[in-house]
Design a protein around this ligand. Structure first.
Ligand code: PMP
Ligand code: GLU
Length: 387
């Protein structure tokens, strides 16, 4: 049977396939500890569950407005005003079944075949495939040599007359790096000068540690509002991955186009999940802070443990819940082989940097229990010592 070129070329999501493999091995009785999937291990906040249960009892079981219930879109606007001082109206907000479909819809709206889109490596696995699905070409700006932060020189070196925009992700998955004000200003300058759009994926914005501060790009460059699509969601901040709720904020004509595409794709996101997200955004700030603090503790422990290991180095991540370990000085510098061997020999699952355009690195998610962190890192240390 003939299949489309598009689907034959697509690569599976490495984060999802590795975690599926780890789950399968665990089901077979193997003592697997998985650091592969970026998913909080906490249950969703009580206020989210309550809002969902209330919605079920009220009979909110129908299609909602395609763009999402007004109450949630209004709550997203209130949140952006409260947190970033940004003014958005409900018709500048689109609710979808996760941030992932919003990224897809934004790229479908903005990219024509042959257009070039800048991605900053290490870059999250789904960006590149989604750019390809839109017929675009990914152009990688490597940040590995510049402390995981892009420089103007590196961006200018890859710009061409086909460049149409860029995806900026801060705090970054997989590196945990946060782009500071200067960097964001520089990115905004490039976008302004070269007439580019920016998809600003800030899904980890609540998970920030130590003295680091997350900055929304429009706080340093409010004049580029018309060329920015903000993508955020309930998955990471509120530990609501399974509910599948994301939100995008952008000028009305852009949101309207993404919404049109969504009418042919998923229609509205689950009505009950929308109410759950509404409850979370309104009332879950104390829960978010509790989870953030727990992640901060795990982060300190995992970093301390990794620092005692031979061969490997790690940069302090300021946000998200990942550490991105440099394994290039180990006897197994090939990250694909390293991860395979680590899983087979020590039953520890992690994601090879190659999936993020950063060969020689390995991503560990510390969104798991402290017990797993200690046990898993013990195994990693033994693994490295035995190499
Ligand atoms: N952006 C980044 C950087 C992510 O890591 C994820 C992970 N799931 C997403 C977007 C999508 O999140 P979701 O679809 O669960 O809202
Ligand atoms: N974003 C998370 C990760 O990177 C969840 C899986 C996915 O959507 O890729 O692990």
């Amino acid at each position: 049977m003939k299949m489309s070129k598009r689907i034959l070329e697509i690569q599976p999501s490495a984060t999802i396939s590795i975690s599926a493999k780890a789950k399968k091995m665990k089901a077979e009785g193997k003592p697997v500890i998985s650091f592969s999937l970026g998913e909080p291990d906490f249950n969703s906040p009580e206020c989210a569950s309550k809002a969902a249960i209330d919605a079920i009892r009220r009979g909110e079981s129908h299609y909602t407005l395609n763009s999402g219930i007004l109450e949630l879109r209004q709550e997203v606007c209130n949140y952006y005003k409260r947190r970033f001082g940004l003014d958005y109206a409900p018709d500048e907000v689109l609710i979808a079944s996760g941030a992932k479909p919003l990224l897809y819809e934004a790229l479908q709206m903005l990219v024509d075949p042959g257009d070039e889109v800048l991605l900053f490596s290490p870059a999250w696995v789904s960006y590149v495939e989604q750019v390809h699905l839109a017929g675009g070409k990914d152009v990688i700006v490597d940040t590995l040599k510049t402390d995981l932060i892009p420089t103007k020189k590196a961006i200018e070196a890859v710009l061409s007359d086909k460049t149409v925009g860029m995806i900026v992700n801060s705090p970054s998955n997989p590196s945990g790096a946060i782009y500071d004000e200067e960097t964001l200003k520089m990115i905004a300058d490039v976008a302004r000068e070269k007439d580019l759009w920016i998809i600003f994926d800030e899904i980890y914005e609540r998970l920030v540690y130590g003295h680091a501060k997350h900055v929304n790009i429009l706080n340093v460059a409010p004049d580029i509002r018309d060329r920015v699509i903000i993508v955020n969601g309930a998955s990471k901040a509120y530990a609501m991955t399974g509910w599948r709720i994301g939100y995008a904020l952008a000028p009305k004509p852009l949101i309207a186009k993404m919404n049109t595409l969504q009418t042919h794709l998923t229609s509205n996101a689950s009505s009950i999940a929308q109410w759950a997200a509404w409850g979370a955004i309104k009332d879950a700030d104390p829960d978010v802070e509790k989870m953030r603090k727990a992640f901060e503790e795990r982060r300190s422990v995992i970093l301390e443990l990794v620092r005692q290991m031979p061969y490997v180095t790690v940069r302090d991540p300021e946000g998200a819940f990942y550490i991105f370990i440099d394994i290039r000085e180990t006897p197994v510098p090939d990250d694909m082989k390293f991860c395979e061997k680590l899983l087979e020999e020590k039953f520890v699952a992690a994601v090879p940097g190659t999936a993020f355009f950063a060969p020689g690195f390995v991503r560990f998610s510390y969104a798991c229990s402290m017990e797993n962190i200690r046990e898993g890192m013990g195994r990693l240390k033994d693994f490295l010592k035995a190499l």
